[in-house]
Design a protein around this ligand. Structure first.
Ligand code: TYM
Length: 344
């Protein structure tokens, strides 16, 4: 390691996370990720970006992409991120992410990427037709995190494997280039009942932007009627709710609704279950609908208000990008020296 290395943030905690602008945000994104961003910004230095480089691993209409980025930024602001506290920006505005990703493409091993379940799920049976970008997606994700030497990454459970890969890449880089301690090994923050929210139509699959059924998810922009109706229509079973959480085993839909209730009300799932034990979904659903409307309704309203002033969102993203570029630059410069690239 060279003697002009920037401090490797030993002991300094830094949060980084992002969301793709590739469809409407839903309750899963909110509970699994966004709600944590707003909380963590007061505990650690926080970088939250819109993953527009990742978004084009699947086709995005160029006429719509910029607006999709603004929508995610509006969701960040509406759920409590404060641009004076956290750095909020678009990934494509900080070229260092892509530059570091190239170096990491040469550190990560094919065998590591071959194990990524998200690629397998997304590509299905026809992986030869997918973009190369979709395959190397987790390598870019590692660069997003490590270009800021982030130590904590709030994400949903589905991102755990990508975080493990990030740690493997960081460790191999540090080892191969004799730069011990240069990159931290970041930790995934997936705790809490909102880490894996399931579809309202099928408790065995996660709630997802790409599910063709809009009734499978509650969108951040749904109004009160839509939220209530989707909860009323949510798939359940005919049994009453038991006393103990263990007794919900095998009842995926029931477990999911209790989990959503717990996450929205910031209570323990067992506590919520005790309240409804012995009752059916006719008792649970109206209360859950009221709760969801009271939490989600104002977010949708605030997003609409913010989106009416796109210039202000662009200003926030512009200022965030400037700050992010300034933090990313010394890490990239150091990586270039460590790798032995030509340059000053
Ligand atoms: P994306 O846009 O697919 O998801 C955004 C966040 O929402 C979480 N999430 C869920 N959480 C609970 N239940 C669900 N049903 C659910 N569905 C989605 C995801 O776990 C994620 O936290 N690869 C990332 C984007 C990304 C990123 C990064 C994240 C790119 N670079 C660097 C962290 C750090 C993703 O899945 O986005």
């Amino acid at each position: 390691m060279t003697d002009q290395a920037p401090a490797p943030y030993a002991g300094n905690k830094r949060v980084l996370s992002g969301v793709q602008p590739s469809g409407d945000l839903h309750l899963g994104n909110y509970l699994g990720a966004l709600v944590k961003f707003a909380r963590l910004q007061h505990e650690m230095e926080t970088f939250i970006f819109v993953a527009d480089l990742h978004a084009i691993t699947a086709w995005q209409d160029p006429k719509k992409l910029k607006q999709q980025v603004r929508e995610i930024a509006a969701a960040y602001l509406a759920t409590g991120l404060d641009p004076k506290v956290a750095t909020i920006f678009a990934q494509s505005a900080v070229p260092a992410h892509a530059e570091l990703a190239w170096v990491f493409n040469c550190v990560a091993r094919l065998g590591w990427l071959d194990r990524m379940t998200q690629f397998k799920d997304k590509a299905g049976k026809h992986k030869e037709r997918e973009s190369v970008g979709l395959y190397t997606y987790p390598v870019l994700q590692a660069a997003d995190i490590l270009i800021y030497k982030a130590t904590h990454v709030p994400v949903g459970e589905d991102q755990r494997q990508h975080l493990e890969l990030t740690r493997d890449i960081a460790a191999k880089f540090n080892h191969d280039f004799d730069a011990e301690g240069f990159f931290p090994l970041p930790e995934a923050l997936t705790q809490g009942p909102g880490a894996r929210i399931m579809s309202l139509r099928d408790g065995s699959v996660k709630m997802s932007k790409s599910d063709p059924s809009d009734n499978s998810r509650i969108n951040l922009t749904d109004d009160a009627d839509a939220i209530s109706q989707k909860i009323r229509k949510a798939r359940t079973d005919a049994d009453v709710l038991p006393e103990k959480l263990e007794d919900l085993a095998g009842r995926a839909e029931a477990l999911n609704l209790i989990g959503v209730y717990a996450a929205l009300s910031q209570r323990a799932a067992q506590d919520v279950l005790s309240e409804f034990a012995g009752q059916g979904f006719g008792a649970l659903k109206p209360k859950l609908a009221d709760l969801a409307v009271s939490v989600m309704g104002p977010i949708g309203g605030e997003m609409r208000r913010l989106l009416a002033d796109p210039a202000e969102i662009d200003r926030i993203l512009g200022a965030g990008a400037e700050r992010a570029r300034a933090v990313a630059a010394p890490t990239l410069a150091e990586v270039k020296k460590i790798v032995g690239y030509w340059g000053e």
